[in-house]
Design a protein. Structure first.
Ligand code: C5P
Length: 223
């Protein structure tokens, strides 16, 4: 199938790790499986695919160009350097905060009872930057992993981040989200009422459905 022939698809996947000191980091829970499934299926549908991956333990899908990064700042640079693209899909669980300072020597425990206060600063929002970039892809799709009120948060993100689509999934339930091989997503589209549900199914099947939906949306908008 060559539904995405001639299109360049840029996907992010996995977590980012924000280093505190040489031995410790802050990160999000993410296996990267959904993003890798999207890259794999986009390549199978004929797209030229660039996959920017945080630290994950997954093999590179066939016919996909993979760029490995560790931090949100590195992911931002790799994504921006990979534009232009026709579709951007931000499936990475990018850390929202990073330590304001990196300690080049491992932080030691002081007194028995002493805690440690870490100062955090916000990372740059990659998705929002792509959606507002001069070389904005024609379809920008974000992911939203929520534990509750999925719909309200997803709709809010669609507007706030200037997205075309947002794929929301419930986390914290069995057989969905994080480390699972399966997923269910609810896709909200700018300018359209209601939502599309893809799954419950394997992340590969969910990925294919989302890409087919994006291809359809793209041709509707062009036609
Ligand atoms: O607002 P929230 O972080 O939940 O939004 C999730 C979406 O935003 C995901 O698509 C994620 O890849 C993206 N994101 C990003 N850069 C950040 C934080 C989130 O691209 N710093």
């Amino acid at each position: 199938m060559s539904l995405l022939q001639g299109l360049r698809v840029l996907v992010t996947a996995g977590p980012t790790y924000e280093d505190i000191d040489p031995a410790r980091f802050i990160g999000n829970r993410s296996s990267g499986k959904m993003g890798f499934a999207l890259a794999d299926q986009a390549a199978k549908l004929g797209a030229e695919v660039v996959l920017v991956a945080g630290p994950v333990n997954l093999t590179t899908p066939e016919n996909v160009t993979r760029i490995d990064v560790r931090s949100a700042a590195q992911m931002y640079d790799a994504v921006m350097a990979s534009l232009p693209a026709d579709f951007y899909i931000g499936a990475a669980a990018v850390a929202d905060f990073r330590p304001a300072r990196y300690a080049s020597i491992k932080i030691k425990k002081q007194d028995e009872d002493d805690g440690l206060t870490l100062e955090l600063e916000q990372t740059q929002d990659i998705l929002k930057s792509v959606a507002n970039a001069e070389m904005r892809p024609s379809l920008v799709c974000g992911f939203a992993a929520e534990t509750h009120e999925v719909e309200t948060y997803a709709q809010g993100k669609l507007d706030r981040k200037n997205l075309d689509l947002i794929a929301a999934n419930r986390v914290g339930i069995e057989n969905s989200g994080f480390e699972s091989d399966n997923n269910t997503i609810y896709v909200f589209t700018r300018g359209l009422d209601g939502k599309q549900q893809f799954g419950p199914a394997s992340k590969y099947d969910v990925a294919r459905s989302l890409l087919e939906y994006m291809a359809q949306l793209q041709s509707q908008r062009q036609g």
